[in-house]
Write a protein that binds this ligand. Structure first.
Ligand SMILES: [Zn+2]
Length: 440
């Protein structure tokens, strides 16, 4: 299915995300702040599940990865060394009348301001780093920056990790966290934003291994795409040509997803060579070379870097999961989340709200499951059909109903979100029935 320019799908997703507590506009009561979004309880849980799966797959299940959390604020010297002070820029034009700014490379030949018709200025470069004034104005301030990428946090800790853990090549340093980019035109929901979450690692290798390692991580990214339930038909590799690559990269592949507004970058895989470590050695004057025990030589390792946009993943999963169908003659909307990332794993209902014996038994069942699977909900509002619709809309894989038969034979009905089919299950078998596939 082609989704190009599918603005109605986009509107449906944004509206459902807000209504059901996935994603809110940030500081909305003050009119919002462009390029920032807040995760509500369900979006937060969804994001957390994605991050946990990622961490398990790429960090904790491996012996060659070191997970860190480095500071968001980093000194100017880091960004001078990394080349971001110079090179982390977008071409920009400004309306001479209303002062709105536009990406010069997004104008498609338009010469006038699309808001007021004013004349647009000549092209200027605009740095995307967010400056931070550190210290009180009285004592003088120092300019630091919110990090424009996670990678520098790994590079400045390279020597620390080597000294503490003595890892052998190849090995990686990983983290999940916030990065910031002073976008001129934030747009497309969670896609182009000023504050965002990334998951990333720098994988340190010998230079001669770069092609083989690049292929290995390329395949690993595809396996991750499968694990979180994005269909391969909607993900496309783009070999980034030399003049479009970041200043540090010798080869980059973008993994693009078919979002409703077009095919855009979801993940990236870059060969950063030894550019960053070398630059940090020059700038800091500290020897951060690595003693390769195999050759007994001091070397600067090369780096393969897979980068995963977390917000872009949340957005892609919402797009991928959004379904409309007709069930028992009724139209419904449901989110077909893979069980492992669904924010709510199951909901428990008494068939009728006004029968105390059913409500009591349903609460017992709820409490029993909650000990094993904390992410469950209890609902006795409205009729059973409405409860199913509410759970479908937030992607809950199973609904458990306690009815009069339960009181006789200790079974409940378990309803499957995707098919709507129901099965009777013994309460004693319920937890194992609801347990989702654990990620690898
Ligand atoms: Zn204007």
């Amino acid at each position: 299915m082609s989704r190009k320019n599918n603005s109605s799908l986009m509107e449906k997703i944004v509206s459902l995300a807000k209504r059901r507590g996935f994603i809110y506009q940030s500081s909305e009561i003050y009119g919002g702040l462009a390029g920032t979004w807040d995760y509500g309880p369900l979006g937060n849980e969804l994001k957390h599940n994605i991050e946990q799966l990622w961490w398990r797959r790429f960090v904790s299940s491996r012996d060659d990865m070191y997970g860190i959390s480095s500071s968001v604020i980093m000194p100017e010297a880091v960004w001078r060394a990394s080349g971001h002070l110079e090179g982390f820029t977008d071409p920009m034009v400004e309306c001479e009348k209303c002062r709105r700014r536009f990406r010069a490379d997004h104008l498609d030949g338009v010469k006038d301001c699309s808001f007021c018709g004013g004349k647009l200025s000549a092209e200027k470069t605009f740095n995307l780093l967010f400056p931070v004034e550190m210290g009180s104005a009285v004592g003088g301030t120092t300019t630091a920056y919110l990090r424009g990428e996670l990678a520098q946090g790994m590079f400045v800790n390279f020597k620390n990790i080597v000294n503490s853990f003595h890892p052998k090549l190849p090995f990686g340093i990983a983290q999940i966290g916030k990065a910031f980019r002073n976008e001129i035109n934030p747009r497309d929901f969670l896609f182009r934003v000023r504050e965002f979450d990334l998951a990333e690692f720098e994988y340190f290798i010998r230079e001669s291994d770069w092609e083989q390692q690049f292929e290995y991580w390329r395949e690993q990214i595809w396996q991750w795409i499968d694990q979180i339930g994005l269909s391969r038909e909607r993900v496309h590799e783009l070999e980034v040509p030399e003049n479009d690559r970041a200043h540090y990269s010798k080869r980059t592949i973008d993994f693009e997803y078919d979002y409703p507004f077009g095919r855009k970058e979801l993940y990236g895989l870059a060969y950063r060579t030894d550019y960053d470590l070398k630059k940090h050695m020059e700038e800091s004057g500290v020897d951060i070379s690595y003693l390769d025990q195999e050759s007994n030589e001091k070397i600067i390792p090369h780096v393969i870097e897979p980068t995963f946009g977390i917000g872009r993943t949340v957005f892609a999963i919402l797009c991928e999961s959004y379904q409309e169908d007709t069930l028992s003659g009724e139209k419904r909307v449901f989110l077909k989340f893979p069980k492992a990332i669904a924010p709510v794993k199951a909901a428990v209902f008494p068939l009728l709200k006004n029968k105390p014996a059913l409500v009591e038994r349903a609460k017992d069942v709820y409490n029993m499951i909650k000990k094993e699977i904390p992410e469950i909900m209890f609902d006795d509002n409205g009729n059973i059909g409405k409860r199913y619709r509410r759970q479908d809309e937030i992607g809950t894989p199973n609904c458990v109903t306690v009815d009069f038969d339960t009181l006789e034979d200790n079974t409940v009905t378990v309803r499957d979100r995707d098919s709507g089919k129901q099965k009777r299950v013994l309460i004693s078998k319920l937890v194992s029935r609801l347990t989702f596939e654990k990620g690898t």
